[in-house]
Structure formats: structure tokens, C-alpha cells
Design a protein around this ligand. Structure first.
Ligand SMILES: Nc1ncnc2c1ncn2[C@@H]1O[C@H](COP(=O)(O)OP(=O)(O)O[C@H]2O[C@H](CO)[C@@H](O)[C@H](O)[C@H]2O)[C@@H](O)[C@H]1O
Length: 477
């Protein structure tokens, strides 16, 4: 099949979170199966600064609202996957992808409406006739509508798939503030008040919609888990499904990881102890092998469970434990973490940074990985943690529920610790349960660690499921 993969970020090229991991791994796996996959993404400043690429086809024009948008298409290759980058400096040559670090760019709706149309235009310019256009999250959720509104006939036989990596971000903006979309008068009927919701448009117009885990797909069909899009998801119920993300075991393998000071396998965990020591040193925490280290790496946002974590920090840090949190994002969460860091310098270290190297060191050097998310479409870090023998402590939600088995529910298969209720007490009890298990049952803890390391969620499996989804989209519309 010919697949045009339209996405706002791709690992190794531009990344703010898990979307980028998927945008690299899935196309690579699909290409390995023999499909012709091309990625289209914006030519951000970070890319333009790094690669000074030439246009790979004549410069392109789009017209809207009495304005001419002239843009270039640059090509590069990411492990055999052709990547086309839409070069429109006015919208993409900026410091951040979506924000200046504090505030989202005011014209994000305009930027990504334009990008979505430009991605389709690029396919035409390159004479690439896709069977499937695969779009991802709100940034590219207008693509199915734009394909349908395109009256050139180019996409007449093309089907669309929208993958929801995070349904909480919907791209809701005043329609009047999106110059690029003004010519589409039919959108007036799709507004909620005066606002256009991109994700909702994707749900309405995509041939198929999938979530990044089966459990999250189920949650999207419930009033509580639908991010206020219950009616939309219900209306497309038969087109909604879930495919669990994979884990990139080439990047995340403690046996070969170049970012960590010592490699290790499930047969010989000596290197893990060295990684723990290195992590403690790096963080300025007392180097002590017998103290359990809890690690966390994430965007600093409510989604990741800080509403539960912050209230119990003092209680948790009363225990014989060390906690390391690495992340960037919401300044109010960062401030609260800094306050706790100052109060507990021997037990807690917060590192406000986006660092791939540190992310790997935390995965390798910790005993537990904390991921008590409010919601979690799939979650990748718990998969990395399992591979590194770092037992995840998670809430039973979204993809976390599909990937971690709790000690209580299945002792002989367990790979981590899970709590149900979205509150701080439940989290604290779960953490205490995990710490007790570490101290009281070292043999069982070691066995659980090995079981976790041998758990596999591969991109090959996920790609087979996507192939099936594309085939269904083609067959049934
Ligand atoms: N400070 C930091 N330094 C270094 N690396 C950092 C970092 N903060 C985050 N990362 C990295 O970003 C990625 C985060 O991926 P997740 O899937 O856990 O969450 P995210 O919410 O971004 O993704 C959304 O999309 C993905 C993909 O579908 C879903 O799994 C997920 O549930 C959904 O919320 C990981 O690779 C992690 O290591």
C-alpha cells in the first residue's frame, strides 16, 4: 500500500513527546513489511538549522482568503523512510513547535490548517497517489475534511485514518481567526458556537479512527473518558478501534544502550546497579544501593498525575526512598517540584530539562518508574521501564492497563504495581505496597524484574494491526 503519514513531529527530527516516537517507529515497521510510506511534516527551525536542504520539487502555491501561500518541499531520509518537510518559514521557522515555552502560539490553528493542506499538495507535487492518508492528533485532523473538499479528484480513491495519541488536545479555535479555512464556507455548519474543533472534524470525516491502545479506545466511547467528545465518538462507534503502540527496542535496550554507563541483560543485572549509582551521582543523591529509587520522566502536565503526586510528596519522602523527576512543561508544576526539592535535598531531585540521555539513565538507574496518569492513551515510558527492569507504578487507565500487570491481580505474571482510584491516597498506598515488596521480598522482586524485562510490545505487531486497519478502510470505507 501507498501511505502518506502526516504528522507534526518525528523522533530524531523534532520532538516534544510520544507522538514523535510513534511517527518514526511505525513508518519504519510498515516499510519493512513492503509498504511505500512517506512522512510529511513541517520544516521547523531546528531542522532548517541542522540541514540546509534544497527543494525536492518546484515551489508550491496555495491560495486562501485573498492570500498566496508559497512554500517549498524539502526531502530527507530517516532510516529508509522518505520524509518530506513543508517549508513555510513564516509559520515554522520559530523557536518552539507549538509554543514559545510559556504560551501556545496564537496562530496554531492557522499554521496546522495550512500544513494539512500543504501536505496533500506535496503528495500531488511529488506524484504520490496514496491509498491511505494517515493523520495524527489535532494538528493534522483537518486532513480528512480537506481531502473530501479537494475537487481535483486526486484523492477520490484515497481513504483516511486518524490516530488519536492524545484526545485532550483538540485544537479548538475561533473560526474567524483561521484565515486559511475561510474559503470553506461549509465549515460554518460544523462550528460549536463560533469555534472549530479540529479533532472533532477528524472524527467526523476520517474513514477510520484509532486510539493508541485498545483500552483507551474503549474509554473514548464512555462519557467520562471521551474528553467531552462522547457524541462524536458514539456517532462513529463502528469506525473506532484501538491499536497498542510498540516499543522501539533498538533505542531502548539496556544491553546495547549507548547513553548508560553500563549495559545489562535479564541474565546479568550487574550493570543495572552501576547505572543506579551513576544516576544517584548525577543527581547529587547519596549513593546507596539499598535505597529504592523511583524515577519519572515526562512532560510536566496534569495528564501525568501531578494532581496526585504533589499532595503526597512529603508523605512519600518520609520513607527510605529516593525520587528523581525529569521534565519540562507547566511552570506551576515545576515551581512546586522545586519547593519540594529544596525541602528534601537528600531524597528528591527535580531536573527541569528535556534530555534523551537523562531519560535513558533514569530508566536504567531506577528501581521503580512512576506514571500515575490521570489519563494515558498508551504511554511509552512504562514500556521502556519494563525493558529496563524498572518496575512501573501506574494508574489503571488507558494503555497503562493494557501493558502492566499488577502484583495483586496476577502475582505469577505481575510486572508492576497499579492503583485504580484517581486520588492521592490510592497512589500513596500503591507506592507503599511497592516499597514494602522491594524491602521484604527481594527474591520475588528480582523475579518480577526479570519477567518485566522479558515482556515485549513490538512495532512489528502494531504494524500488522495497522495494515489490517488500512485494508479495512479500503474495503469498507
Ligand atoms: N524531559 C524529557 N526528557 C527526555 N525525554 C522526554 C522528556 N519528557 C518526555 N520525554 C519522552 O517523550 C516520550 C513521552 O512519551 P509518552 O507516550 O509516555 O507520553 P506523551 O504524553 O508525550 O505521548 C502521547 O502520545 C503517545 C504516543 O502515541 C502515547 O503513548 C501517550 O499516551 C500520549 O499521551 C518518551 O519517549 C519520553 O522519554
Amino acid at each position: 500500500m501507498k501511505i502518506l503519514f502526516v504528522v507534526s513531529e518525528v523522533e530524531d527530527l523534532a520532538k516534544t513527546g510520544g507522538l514523535a516516537d510513534v511517527a518514526k517507529s511505525l513508518p519504519i515497521s510498515l516499510i519493512a513489511m513492503g509498504h511505500d510510506v512517506r512522512i510529511v511534516k513541517p520544516y521547523y527551525k531546528s531542522l532548517a538549522d541542522k540541514y540546509d536542504l534544497d527543494d525536492c520539487c518546484p515551489r508550491q502555491q496555495l491560495y486562501a482568503h485573498k492570500r498566496r501561500y508559497e512554500f517549498g518541499v524539502k526531502a530527507l531520509s530517516l532510516e529508509k523512510v522518505p520524509v518530506y518537510c513543508v517549508d513555510y518559514p513564516e509559520y515554522f521557522n520559530r523557536q518552539g513547535l507549538y509554543s514559545d515555552g510559556y504560551h501556545a502560539y496564537g496562530d496554531n490553528a492557522e499554521r496546522f490548517a495550512f500544513f494539512s493542506a500543504a501536505a496533500l499538495q506535496a503528495a500531488k507535487a511529488l506524484d504520490f497517489h496514496p491509498d491511505i492518508v494517515h493523520c495524527n492528533d489535532w494538528h493534522t485532523a483537518m486532513v480528512p475534511f480537506l481531502m473530501q473538499a479537494d475537487n481535483s479528484g486526486y484523492f477520490q480513491h484515497t481513504k483516511s485514518v486518524l490516530t488519536i495519541h492524545n484526545g485532550a488536545f483538540q485544537g479548538t479555535h475561533e473560526f474567524a481567526d483561521i484565515p486559511f479555512l475561510q474559503p470553506y464556507e461549509q465549515l460554518q455548519q460544523q462550528l460549536d458556537g463560533n469555534a472549530l474543533n479540529y479533532l472533532r472534524m477528524g472524527i467526523r470525516y476520517a474513514t477510520r479512527i484509532n486510539a493508541v491502545s485498545p483500552n483507551y479506545a474503549q474509554e473514548l466511547l464512555t462519557p467520562l473518558g471521551s474528553h467531552n467528545l462522547y457524541n462524536e465518538f458514539q456517532a462513529r462507534r463502528s469506525a473506532v478501534s484501538g491499536i497498542l503502540n510498540g516499543c522501539d527496542y533498538q533505542q531502548w535496550d539496556p544491553a546495547t544502550d549507548p547513553y548508560i554507563p553500563a549495559n545489562y541483560t535479564s541474565d546479568n543485572l550487574d550493570g543495572k546497579a552501576q547505572c543506579k549509582q551513576a544516576l544517584q551521582q548525577e543527581c547529587g543523591l547519596p549513593a546507596n544501593d539499598s535505597v529504592p529509587v523511583i524515577g519519572m520522566v515526562c512532560r510536566l502536565t496534569e495528564q501525568k498525575g501531578f494532581g496526585y503526586i504533589l499532595p503526597i510528596m512529603a508523605n512519600l519522602l518520609q520513607h527510605n526512598v529516593q525520587l528523581v523527576i525529569v521534565g519540562t512543561g507547566d511552570p506551576s508544576i515545576a515551581d512546586a517540584l522545586k519547593t519540594h526539592r529544596d525541602q528534601h535535598p537528600d531524597k528528591f531531585r527535580f531536573i527541569e530539562d528535556f534530555s534523551v540521555k537523562l531519560a535513558h539513565l533514569v530508566e536504567a538507574g531506577s528501581d521503580f518508574f512512576l506514571m500515575p496518569s490521570l489519563f494515558e492513551p498508551c504511554g511509552l515510558n512504562q514500556m521502556y521501564s519494563l525493558a529496563y527492569g524498572t518496575l512501573p507504578v501506574v494508574r489503571a487507565v488507558g494503555g497503562l492497563k493494557d501493558t502492566v500487570l499488577d502484583l495483586h491481580s496476577a502475582p505469577e505474571y505481575a510486572t508492576g504495581f497499579m492503583f485504580e482510584h484517581p486520588d492521592s491516597t490510592a497512589l500513596l498506598n500503591c507506592l507503599r505496597r511497592a516499597l514494602l515488596f522491594y524491602h521484604e521480598y527481594p527474591d520475588l522482586f528480582a523475579a518480577m524484574r526479570i519477567r518485566a524485562m522479558n515482556t515485549r510490545f513490538t512495532w512489528q505487531d502494531a504494524a500488522v494491526d495497522y495494515e489490517r486497519l488500512y485494508t479495512e478502510a479500503q474495503a469498507n470505507g
